[in-house]
Design a protein around this ligand. Structure first.
Ligand SMILES: *Cc1c(COP(=O)(O)O)cnc(C)c1O
Length: 377
């Protein structure tokens, strides 16, 4: 499904007049990496999980590395393996694993492993001894998420276990993750940072030498000075999610059909929406199967021929209807569903508000039927 074409200009790509496209501006990714590195003042790991937040893991990774990222991060081992097999030779870290993950493949491919429990550490050490390799691990401490990361009460046992496995396991890093970094004044930020430093100290006291202390993701890297330590792990920020960054993704969809309707004409399933005036309705070939949120605020709109055109009626599985206004649009006109917001076009922040969700959800929801493309601005 995915194709990558590189063309000049921020949105115009060869097939955008006939196909919905999620277009990644790799120039924007590069600028975002530089911006975050400047603010954080540390090395940056580019997190390209969930296919690079839906925009293409490889394209995002290439751009981030070109702009100075020192490695790549993923949630799952499969995602990390795919990057390695695609030829990314530098540091690749994954951190969300079942205890019986395919550790041997991970070690053979020299993938750094986030480790959140004693059981995981033992399994990794066993695989390393079996294959005669040394695992590079980042011990992950829970700094307030109660999700992944070892609970603090298990931390001492975990670092002792790692210290006892020096023949097979090199602890290159300690990682944590802050739950409320988008709210800089939240008390859990200081608590999490304190806890993190305590965890690093305990690791050192156990004889470990972690050189990569990594606590901050995008929001902390930008808003919480003092949490960047040695490495920030940046996902959403690559695509412009975060303060002071530039949106890198644009979702476009061509008009496939138009019709003139009278005021009051009901539209779509359940007749939830009606035309508010005599107008022209335009049909776009993207729907909830493509990740367009189905529950939307009435303000939800796309940009068409330089104007905001509201969504009318329910989003269908494959299509959505927008009000193109009394003068209508030419067939083949390309709607911007979301993008950097140039010319008043909606952004992922708008869609997140209209759908009652977050920008990461809007972006990662975009499905495989939507063609991927690359541009550089
Ligand atoms: C997703 C994720 C990141 C990147 O998060 P952003 O806030 O999008 O930068 C970093 N660390 C962990 C553990 C994650 O799960």
């Amino acid at each position: 499904m995915s194709t990558a074409v590189t063309l000049p200009g921020p949105t115009a790509t060869a097939r955008s007049r006939t196909h919905p496209q999620l277009v990644l501006d790799v120039g924007a990714v590069e600028r975002n990496v530089r911006t975050i590195r400047r603010v954080a003042g540390t090395a940056l790991l580019a997190v390209v999980k969930a296919d690079g937040f839906g925009c293409g893991a490889e394209a995002t990774a290439r751009a981030a590395l070109a702009a100075g990222a020192t490695g790549l991060g993923t949630a799952t081992l499969d995602e990390a393996v795919r990057l390695r097999r695609a030829g990314f030779a530098g540091r690749v870290l994954s951190w969300l694993h079942p205890v019986d993950a395919d550790w041997e493949t991970a070690l053979r491919l020299r993938i750094d492993l986030g480790v959140s429990s004693v059981d995981h550490l033992r399994a990794v050490a066993l695989a390393a001894r079996r294959t005669g390799s040394t695992a590079r691990v980042h011990l992950h401490v829970d700094t307030g998420m109660a999700r992944d990361g070892a609970p603090v009460r298990e931390w001492r046992r975990l670092v002792r276990e790692a210290a006892a496995a020096l023949d097979a396991v090199e602890t290159v890093g300690v990682m944590g993750h802050l739950p409320c970094a988008d709210d800089p004044g939240h008390a859990s930020n200081a608590d999490g940072a304190r806890l993190f430093l305590g965890a690093v100290a305990a690791a050192r006291a156990a004889g470990l030498r972690p050189s990569l202390r990594s606590l901050a993701a995008t929001e902390a890297a930008l808003r919480l000075p003092g949490t960047a330590f040695d490495l920030v792990r940046v996902g959403g920020g690559l695509h412009g999610i975060g303060p002071g960054l530039e949106a890198a993704a644009t979702l476009t969809a061509p008009v496939v059909l138009t019709r003139s309707v009278r005021r009051g004409t009901p539209v779509g399933y359940g007749h939830d929406g009606v035309a508010e005036a005599d107008t022209v309705l335009a049909t776009l070939p993207v729907g909830y199967a493509d990740g367009l949120p189905r529950g939307l605020h009435p303000d939800a709109a796309v940009q068409l021929a330089g104007r905001r055109c509201r969504v009318v009626g329910r989003v269908s599985m494959d299509q959505v209807v927008v009000d193109a206004g009394p003068h209508g649009v030419r067939p083949g006109e390309v709607a911007t569903v979301f993008g950097p917001g140039r010319g008043g076009a909606p952004t992922t922040a708008d869609w997140a508000r209209w759908a009652g969700t977050v920008e990461r959800d809007v972006l990662t929801a975009i499905g495989p039927r939507v063609e991927r493309a690359e541009v550089r601005s």
